[in-house]
Design a binder for this molecule. Structure first.
Ligand code: GLA
Length: 389
């Protein structure tokens, strides 16, 4: 357990005692995530390579007899209660509580008898920064409810269930990457996930040993139309796959790309397809380099991924592009936006002893452009969701 998880876990335990009296039966932690490379490939049944962050959501919980769920969150200092009626149908609980109710709903829908529970939630995963605060919340709640109910659900089946909570109960059409990362990542590794069959390989990503770090830069850019644009990208990809007569864009290899593009009439669809097909290949190339312990050499792939997201997928914003350019100018080995786009975070691969200088350069570039100051934090790959005590 990292220090940060310890502090968050203490707050969850204190919150539990203050709200409900007594001690929680246990505490469950789930991390935020960044995606090293492989953006908007998950719902195209392709490849992604995320790793877990040393930022955490902790749920302190115990059972309650009634078929009722009472949840306090430190973020809003609010307590909500919902019952069986609220999880009989998707969408009845709204706001942050929807992620919790969604997990109860998804478990029940899958035929699991979910115990009533009291929960206290604390977190240092920033909201709305594209670091998967929602998947962390879903996954920590899922782990708690499984244990409290004595339910068996193998780790490889848990991401789908948490994703259903988000897709159906909350109503966000996201892919399988975030919940997979949060649940299945391991410390010191990136998770190579094949989003078609959900098979995984833990790829050693020992930045520390290589004298490197990943600087996560929170662009602080307001998310502009992110939900609508995400859904629109997804539709374009599905239209591209249909026009090409394949089940998903994953089925188009880079060696077939020119032929495939020539079959598409619409220029925008061509660009969207080109991003996804080349991005899948960049994930495979990154994995090959990491397997050969050539960590520094992945830098150009990260930057190429950014260029593809900026020019072909068109999901970046000025704050994001500024952060990438400033990081590269200050000596980052590679930099790219991570996550769904239209705001969120940039990651830069940097020599550990250059992290401060790169962060300062990005901050200075922001000041020059009149943007609100970015957040910067160096990170190493941490463990996935687990029970703390
Ligand atoms: C968001 C979604 C993921 C994935 C990324 C883009 O984070 O939740 O499923 O599609 O965007 O790679």
């Amino acid at each position: 357990m990292t220090d940060s998880a310890g502090a968050v876990a203490d707050r969850a335990a204190a919150g539990f005692t203050a709200r409900y009296g007594g001690r929680a039966a246990g505490r469950w932690v789930a991390p935020g995530r960044v995606n090293l490379i492989g953006e908007h490939t998950d719902y195209n049944e392709g490849f992604v390579l995320p790793f877990a962050l040393p930022l955490h959501t902790v749920v302190a919980a115990d059972r309650q007899d009634a078929e009722q769920w009472t949840v306090w969150s430190e973020l809003s200092d609010e307590t909500i209660t919902f019952g069986a009626d609220d999880v009989a149908e998707a969408g009845r609980v709204t706001g942050w509580g929807a992620y919790v109710a969604g997990v109860v709903w998804a478990l029940r829908e899958a035929g699991h008898p979910v115990p009533g529970a009291r929960m206290a939630i604390a977190s240092d995963v920033p909201l709305g920064s594209g670091l998967s605060s929602s998947a962390a919340l879903e996954s920590a709640v899922l782990a708690a409810l499984l244990d409290l109910g004595g339910l068996e659900l193998p780790a490889e089946l848990q991401p789908r269930l948490a994703q259903r909570a988000e897709n159906v109960y909350v109503g966000a059409p996201t892919g399988i990457m975030d919940q997979s990362a949060v649940i299945r990542c391991r410390a010191g590794h990136a998770l190579f996930l094949d989003c078609r069959d959900e098979s995984v390989e833990q790829i050693p990503f020992d930045l520390d040993a290589a004298g490197l770090t990943v600087l996560v830069i929170d662009s602080r850019a307001p998310h502009r139309h992110a939900d609508g644009e995400y859904a629109a990208r997804r539709r374009s990809c599905e239209a591209g796959a249909a026009a090409l007569g394949v089940a998903a864009l994953r089925d188009v290899g880079v060696d077939q790309l020119d032929t495939a593009l020539a079959q598409l009439d619409d220029e925008e669809t061509r660009r969207r397809v080109r991003h996804v097909v080349t991005e899948d290949q960049r994930v495979l190339d990154t994995v090959a380099l990491l397997r050969a312990a050539r960590v520094r050499d992945i830098g150009p792939l990260l930057t190429a991924s950014h260029v593809s997201m900026r020019d072909d997928f068109e999901i970046t914003v000025p704050e994001i592009d500024t952060a990438v350019e400033a990081a590269l100018a200050a000596g980052a080995l590679g930099a790219r936006m991570t996550g769904g786009g239209f705001g969120g975070c940039v990651l830069a691969l940097v020599e550990a002893d250059r992290a401060d200088a790169v962060a300062a350069a990005v901050t200075a570039a922001y000041a020059e452009r009149g943007f609100a100051a970015p957040g910067t934090v160096p990170v190493l790959p941490g463990p996935g969701a687990t029970r703390l005590d």
